[in-house]
Design a protein around this ligand. Structure first.
Ligand code: NDP
Length: 500
């Protein structure tokens, strides 16, 4: 697929704007081989202002459409996303380095599902308020009002999915959005804007600005932005939430994690290893909810490790468009360097035992891919809770195995972190699984599986892993504000200003 050096700069009022107003440019890189794909122009403050103004202009008409009409338009976008799934998946593969076997089955599919879910939800009364009789002469009704112009700021690991998880409830609720993709994975944004335009979303309802953190910071502080929905690192999230709080803006924060997977003593070893593999190596470990701290009963350690070593052989890096490839490179050079630094640290400073993997790229990569940002699936064992590789989010394919003696001990240690994004258990006794889940401090949890996040399921982190949720019914509430109205119908108006 050829990508033009288009004026990827700012999209508003339904079309790309010319790059005359851009502030510099950067290259988008194919992570599988390190080669440039195309040039992106940064949005200047002037063009960000123009995108926001375009959204402000579109807001009155879009927000006053009956929800069922907005839903009808968004359903057309769902159909277009599904029709163009393979093409969009190819773009995501070029941009992120994720194998096509993943992007064609997950990234657009789960984004389109969420758009369908929120379109259906608003069409079927999801934005209805409530009414009740307060007393014979008075009643109260509530309404859910859109917030206005909202900012979406995305991370690079699931670009189009993140863009859809933000824009779907935002637009369905009647808001307009100015969206900034990560500078590392910007390609999807133009195509998503085009899908919305073709579906009939009016000009200015969905706008795109490009650039680095400065562009995100500009959006966050802009007085016309009512809400910031952010996905990214905890440290950036704190800056964004802090800046938004200064202007009393609404926020949703989807941040990082260091999630525990507790393998219970009665777990079937093969199943536990399958879950651990999904929780660590899917998307080359670049998943916020990854279960990177794997707590294994001491008596199971040996069998778990030998089954794991067997299954790691099924990880197949290679040509990203070969459907047998199930493991890609990391998404950028800077991220590859970071992950390799952590692996070095695990070996040299933490002195954990390296069970497999390491700092070298996978062997047998095709010649054309050797310059890409590859690492091997890496497993450390004999890990201790205070090791850096156990405490900090690496966001790569690096699993740490921690042994435990009692379930109480495993739960206490699993919770001993400032993060609380996800958690999971594997076990046969379902009562014990539920009990363990109930005691784990995390917002997204799984029993005997890992990673599935359907549209119906609200997801969001506890503790420093986030504020608010995305998806599910509660995900829509994050894009509206409440108005309560008390109506007096002919009774006496309570007043202290009556004549004496
Ligand atoms: P970053 O925090 O580095 O960046 C996220 C976005 O914020 C990017 O678009 C970035 O721009 C932008 N940004 C950077 N600085 C600012 C600022 N001061 N104000 C506003 N925006 C800013 O995260 P990554 O892109 O590295 O993403 C990986 C992280 O995202 C991991 O920690 C992961 O756990 C988390 N994540 C969380 C998810 C969740 O649902 N909880 C889901 C997916 C990822 P740019 O990069 O272009 O400079």
């Amino acid at each position: 697929m050829g990508f033009r050096d288009a004026d990827r700069h700012t999209f508003y009022a339904g079309s790309p704007q010319l790059s005359a107003d851009s502030s510099g440019s950067y290259e988008s890189i194919d992570p599988s081989n390190g080669k440039p794909i195309c040039k992106i122009n940064n949005s200047s403050p002037k063009s960000i202002d123009a995108a926001i103004q375009s959204a402000q202009k579109a807001f009155p008409e879009w927000s006053s459409k009956p929800p069922i009409e907005r839903a009808r338009i968004l359903q057309r976008a769902v159909a277009l996303l599904r029709e163009h799934n393979d093409n969009l998946a190819r773009i995501e593969t070029f941009d992120t380095g994720k194998p096509y076997s993943e992007t064609s089955a997950v990234d657009i599919v789960t984004g389109a599902d969420v758009l369908e879910y929120f379109a259906n939800l608003v069409a079927s009364g999801g934005l209805n308020g409530e009414s009740f009789r307060l007393r014979p002469s008075a009643s109260v009704y509530t309404s859910k009002e859109p917030l206005g112009v909202c900012a979406g700021i995305g991370a690079w690991n699931y670009p189009i999915q993140i863009a859809l998880w933000k824009s779907a409830p935002c637009l369905a609720a009647g808001n307009c959005m100015v969206y900034k993709p990560s500078e590392f994975t910007p390609l999807h944004a133009e195509y998503l804007a085009d899908v919305y335009r073709q579906a009939g979303v009016p000009d200015g309802v969905f706008n795109v600005v490009y650039g680095s953190g400065e562009v995100g910071a500009y959006l966050t502080k802009h007085p016309a932005i009512a809400k910031v929905s952010f996905t990214g690192q905890v440290s950036t999230g704190k800056k964004v939430a802090g800046a938004a709080a200064g202007e009393m803006k609404y926020v949703t924060m989807e941040l990082g994690g260091k999630s525990p997977l507790v393998v219970l003593p009665d777990a079937e070893v093969d199943q536990a290893v399958d879950v651990a593999m999904m929780a660590n190596f899917y998307s080359t470990g670049q998943v916020c909810t990854n279960g990177t701290r794997v707590f294994v009963p001491r008596v199971m350690k040996k069998s778990f490790e030998s089954a794991l070593l067997e299954k790691v052989k099924f990880v197949r890096p290679g040509d990203l468009f070969d459907m047998d490839t199930n493991f890609g490179p990391l998404s950028s050079k800077v991220h590859q360097d970071k992950v390799i630094r952590y692996i070095h640290h695990g070996i040299e400073q933490d002195k954990a035992t390296l069970l497999c993997g390491g700092v070298e790229p996978p062997v047998n990569l095709p010649a054309g891919l050797k310059s890409g940002y590859w690492v091997q699936p890496t497993v450390f064992t004999d890990c201790k809770d205070d090791m850096t590789i156990v405490k900090e989010e690496i966001f790569g394919p690096v699993m740490t195995i921690l042994t435990y003696d009692t379930i109480d001990e495993a739960i206490t240690r699993a919770n001993a972190t400032e993060l609380g994004l996800a958690a999971g258990v594997v076990g046969r006794d379902i009562d014990r699984c539920h009990d363990t889940i109930a005691r784990l401090q995390a917002g997204i949890t799984w029993v005997n599986t890992w990673g599935e996040s359907p549209a119906e399921m609200a997801v969001g982190g506890w503790k420093q892993s986030g504020v608010g949720v995305e998806n599910g019914r509660r995900g829509l509430e994050a894009w509206v504000r409440n108005k309560s109205t008390l109506v007096e119908m002919g009774g006496s108006v309570p007043t202290v200003f009556a004549k004496l």
